[in-house]
Design a protein around this ligand. Structure first.
Ligand code: IMP
Length: 430
């Protein structure tokens, strides 16, 4: 039995969805513990592309249990759309395959309007949020005025909380954001209707999860976003509003830290970012465009083109530290196959001095220039290779240099988007 947390070591979109889908074969239970439908996991099953935003991709395996735990913020409309989409594609969901936490907070229509309106007000200082209302929902949770899934199932509690929230939110929307207000009835009726449709899945997920851990099941905790979008450890304020690092799995799922056996970090063989904020190795040139085209780097949730750049070992090393990563998965190595020279950032230069760690000051980080080490490419298609030793020498040299620089062992290499296009060096569940 093993309980494994899989998290991103960059700014999200590291290809966690594919790795999680691959590791799910060996898991009994898959748990989402933070974020909301700002995430988008693209998985390929046979030749079918499926994008999931809330429900763990483990749902594509009929015999697995999937949990959306208390740390997630749930837009019930989007959740129901996903349930219906999966059912129409032949994936049978029932209350023995999907469990939704009573304690998860709800994304309300006003959260989304506030999120978008605030970004519009910021002009050039935008965070570049996904506009899904994630930040405003977590704000209400921390302010202790949020509405949880359990509140929605108790009609009088929901009525009271919605009224209290709308009083304040409408004032803010009208007078500060210059936006339209919400009518109580339009939200109340819709949400009660949604509650009827999702209530069969709602339980205390911490109880279920801890029981399954006691029974010796294999649990996979599926991180969303990435370490540099973490509200504590990321490039604040250009972050999301949850703890995306591995420790978030404990608070977000209601388990103790002693229950986690391994933390697997996922990193692209290069780097990408959507939204604004510092990105030291960003390539604003033809090389960056070429990475975007070859890697199909467009956001799974918003369709926005991702900013692209070289692998930043300083960042990934930092992520290894704050997450306690035991093993690294490198994804999209195949995307680098056509590049004759590949760069790895080994440090930064700031005002003529070398820094080998990430400065906390955002303005300093924005001025840091990457110091690169150049490596030879391999110029061969590697997508059919399934054994590490069969990779071209230069591809292995690249992986081994990454290991050396970041201080973690690579346990998995992904060479294509399909589930089987994966080289497993060490099985984290053993
Ligand atoms: P929010 O999570 O919508 O508030 O957005 C905050 C920041 O996190 C923005 O830069 C988003 O682009 C980024 N972000 C949120 N979710 C994801 C994700 O799943 N992948 C990559 N970036 C994300």
């Amino acid at each position: 039995m093993s309980n494994i947390v899989v998290i991103g070591t960059q700014w999200g979109d590291e290809g966690k969805g594919k790795v999680i889908d691959f590791l799910t074969e060996q898991a009994d239970i898959i748990v989402r513990f933070q974020g909301g439908n700002n995430a988008g996991h693209t998985v390929m099953v046979k030749d079918q592309t499926i994008i999931l935003h809330l429900i763990p991709s483990g749902i594509l395996h009929p015999e697995k249990k999937c949990i959306i735990s208390n740390g997630v913020v749930i837009d019930p409309r989007e959740l129901l759309n996903e349930i219906e989409l999966l059912q129409s594609e032949g994936f049978i969901l029932n209350n023995d395959s999907l469990f939704i936490s009573e304690g998860a907070h709800l994304v309300m229509p006003y959260h989304k309007r506030i999120d978008v309106a605030r970004e519009n007000l910021k002009g050039g200082e935008k965070i570049g949020t996904t506009g899904r209302g994630i930040g405003p929902t977590y704000e209400d949770k921390i302010r202790r005025i949020g509405i949880r899934v359990i509140d929605l199932l108790e009609e009088d509690v929901f009525n009271e909380k919605l009224k209290a929230n709308l009083k304040e939110k409408n004032f803010y929307l009208i007078h500060y954001l210059k936006e339209k207000e919400f009518k109580f009835e339009e939200i109340y009726e819709e949400y009660l209707d949604l509650a009827e449709k999702i209530k069969e899945y709602v339980v205390d997920t911490s109880v279920i999860l801890n029981k399954e851990i006691e029974n010796g099941k294999n649990i996979l905790f599926e991180g969303a976003q990435g370490s540099f979008l973490d509200v504590d450890h990321g490039t604040y304020p250009f972050v999301t509003s949850s703890n995306t690092v591995a420790a978030g799995a404990c608070t977000g799922a209601g388990i103790g830290p002693t229950k986690i056996d391994k933390v697997i970090g996922i990193s692209k063989a290069y780097a990408t970012r959507v939204g604004n904020g510092p990105f030291p190795t960003e390539l604003v040139n033809e090389l960056g465009e070429s990475l975007r085209a070859k890697g199909n780097e467009y956001g799974a949730t918003t369709g926005r083109p991702r900013r692209c750049g070289w692998f930043d070992a300083v960042m990934v090393k930092h992520a290894i530290r704050v997450n306690g990563i035991n093993g690294l998965g490198i994804t999209k190595l195949d995307v680098l196959s056509d590049f004759s020279k590949i760069m790895i950032c080994t440090g930064y230069k700031y005002k003529g001095e070398v820094c080998s760690s990430i400065p906390s000051s955002l303005s300093k980080l924005e001025r840091c220039r990457p110091i690169y080490e150049e490596m030879d490419g391999w110029g061969l298609d590697i997508s059919k290779i399934r054994e590490y030793n069969k990779l071209p020498d230069n591809a292995r040299r690249y992986i081994e240099r990454v290991e050396e620089l970041v201080g973690a062992k690579v346990i998995l290499v992904s060479v294509g988007s399909r589930r089987d296009e994966t080289i497993l060096l060490s099985n984290p569940f053993i």
